[in-house]
Each structure stands twice: as C-alpha cells, then as structure tokens.
Design a protein around this ligand. Structure first.
Ligand code: NAI
Length: 332
C-alpha cells in the first residue's frame, strides 16, 4: 500500500509523539498546531484524510473548502462531534469517524479531583503552606459522606463518577433519559431531572451537548438548586449559561463551581495566553471567585487516553484506506 499522508490539525507535540508510536508504514501524519477553521482549511488541499480535535471548526464553510480540496474522511481524535456540521459533511460526501471512548476513567477521575479540590480548598491550601501560612481560617471543607450527588447523563463517564461517589458513601441520583434500565441494573437510583436538581448537594454533568442539553444549567435551574450547591462540568461548556453561573455565584446560590470546559473555550484553551490581554470578560470574572476552579479541558489528558486516541485514529484511517466498514462512523 502506498504511503498516505494525513493532515492533522490542532496537533501538539504530545499528540505527535503518541501518533508516531501508533503509526504504521502505510500512513504518514503531517502535523499542524493550528486549528482547523474556514481560513486554515486550504492547508489540507490534496489531503484525502484530515484529522481534527475538539475545538476545530468543522462548519459548512470549512467542510466546503475541504471537499473542494479532495478530502473524503474526517478522523476526529475526540468523542464529541458537536463541532461538526454532519449534514453538510454528508451532502459533501465526507465521512466522519471519531474515537468513541478514550479513557472514561481519566475524565471520571478528573471530575472527582475537581470536587475534592473545591470542597477541601486544595489550591488555596497549597499556596498558603508554600507561603509559610499554616492558618486553617477559610479552609473549612465538608464531608462527601451521606451527601446527595446528582449525575446528569448515566453513560460511560457518568456511571464511573457515580460508582466512585458511591464509594465515598454518597446517595447517588442519576438522570438518564435514554439508557435508564442499565443504570437501574447497576443499582443506581434513576430520577427525573427536576428531582435531581432540587435534591443534589453536588451536580455533575456527563451528557452530550445538543439542542436538548444546551444551557441545561441556566437561571431557572440554578434557582431551584439547593443553596450552596456544588456544580461540576467536565463535559461541554455550553451545557452551562456562563452569565447565569456568574449571577448564581454572586448571590451565593452556587457554593462551588468546578469546570474543565467553557462555552467560549475555543479561543483560549490548549494555548499559552499568559502574556496576552484576555478579552473574554465573562471568563475573567469567573476566575475572580475563590470558590471557582477552572482547568483547561485536561480531564481526558492521561498517558493512557492520549495513547488510545492515537491507536484508534490509526485504526479508523486504516479501515477507510482498506475499504472496510467504518465502525466509528458518526452521523449518516
Ligand atoms: P456517553 O455517550 O457514554 O454518555 C452520555 C450519556 O448522556 C448517555 O447515556 C446518553 O443517553 C445521556 N444523555 C443523552 N441525552 C441526555 C440528556 N438530554 N440529558 C441527560 N443525559 C443525556 O458519553 P461519555 O463518554 O460518558 O461522555 C460524556 C461527556 O463527556 C460528553 O459530552 C463528552 O463530550 C465529554 N467528554 C469530555 C472530556 C474532557 O476532556 N473534558 C473527554 C471525553 C468526553
């Protein structure tokens, strides 16, 4: 088989390292650090296969340019595909494949890390001790034991978080509109979303972003939560309305907020902006609260997960080149 070159976008040095390890002689990765968007799509001219990541812009416009340049396969290196206009891809004759699960354990463990770091105020304690300040004022935490934890989306990650919170002695409530029977089989209490929102001390989001779930956390839902609730989002930024979060934090209705994703993260995350003047005032305001912890979409980022992403991407590409059925195809 001749060597096929694949144009990789949003490919950092760590991605390249794992891709090279997983690669086979039939394919060669041409890595670009830049994101894929309507202006960079021309860089893929002549590449039948293009690979992209979570914050790449695979809108109709980008896909149109890719199709004109001969692209026939988009190999996503992530699970979510909300960034792809799937109907445009279908109309243009471009197939889309993803990596359905890289390490749900990685995301579940990071979710728990955010919860614990917030409740026990670990970032503040770390800075204090390094400064020779051993005072405990302001570090008062709370036990997870016997607290109600609401899991929105009882899929792969949600149920791993649920199992781990059960091990802390929490009462776990799951809202799962599609596979509720599986959650019941796993001995979880399945409830409706309203009940989960009203009863939970900690609410963690693990559902996909779509038209039903966009702004699931909004002014109304926040108002019906327990005062002082802990909110965690390691799924997709637009599940939460940032303006409503800011109001909820200011009124103290939200007691803790831990997010690994942000609705406008595309222009910030995965890059070093430490010397830039960040223009996003909502994001900057979020960072001023002592009870907010933000990480930059790193929940997935473990050796095991990045290796699995690379291996699955290679498998997806080989299946396409060999004319096999694309088992990880998304959309039509
Ligand atoms: P999954 O597909 O296994 O589980 C999602 C669950 O949400 C499914 O059981 C589905 O039935 C349920 N669901 C669908 N519509 C819903 C609704 N309207 N309300 C509540 N639940 C609904 O997906 P997985 O692998 O557990 O991923 C969950 C989320 O985590 C995804 O949004 C994914 O994009 C995100 N993710 C984040 C990463 C990170 O690094 N921060 C890495 C990997 C995934």
């Amino acid at each position: 088989m001749p060597t096929h070159q694949i144009a990789m976008f949003s490919a950092k040095s760590y991605d390249e390292r794992f891709l090279l390890q997983a690669s086979v002689p039939a394919i060669q990765f041409i890595c670009h650090e830049v994101t894929l968007n309507p202006s960079t799509a021309v860089m893929a001219e002549g590449f039948e296969i293009v690979s992209a990541f979570v914050n790449d812009d695979l809108s109709r416009e980008t896909l149109g340019t890719l199709a004109e340049g001969g692209t026939r396969l988009i190999a996503l290196r992530c699970a979510g595909y909300n960034q792809v206009d799937l109907s445009a891809a279908h109309a243009l004759g471009i197939s889309v494949v993803n990596v359905p699960a890289y390490s749900p354990y990685a995301v579940a463990e990071h979710t728990i890390a955010l919860m614990l770091a917030l409740s026990r105020k670990i970032p503040r304690a770390y800075n204090r001790v390094r400064d020779g300040n051993f005072s405990l004022d302001g570090l008062l935490g709370f036990d997870f034991y016997q607290k109600n934890v609401g899991i929105v989306g009882g899929g792969k990650i949600g149920l791993l978080v649920a199992e781990r919170m059960r091990a802390f002695g929490c009462e776990v409530l799951v809202y799962e509109p599609v596979n509720s029977q599986y959650c019941v089989k796993k001995d979880f209490q399945v409830v409706d979303l309203k009940t989960l929102i009203q009863k939970s001390d900690i609410i963690s989001l693990h559902c996909p972003l779509n038209s039903d779930t966009r702004y699931l956390v909004n002014h109304d839902s926040i108002a019906s939560m327990k005062p002082g609730v802990m909110l965690i989002n390691t799924s997709r930024g637009a599940l939460m309305d940032t303006r409503a979060l800011l109001d909820g934090l200011k009124s103290k209705q939200i007691g803790y907020l831990g997010i690994d994703v942000y609705e406008q993260e595309g222009s910030l995350f995965f890059e070093d902006h430490s010397l830039d003047i960040i223009q996003d005032d909502l994001f900057q305001r979020l960072l001023t609260f002592p009870n907010v912890l933000v990480t930059g979409h790193q929940a997935y980022f473990t050796q095991e997960a990045v290796q699995h992403i690379a291996e699955t991407t290679v498998k997806n590409v080989l299946a396409y080149l060999n004319g096999e059925r694309l088992s990880n195809r998304v959309g039509m």
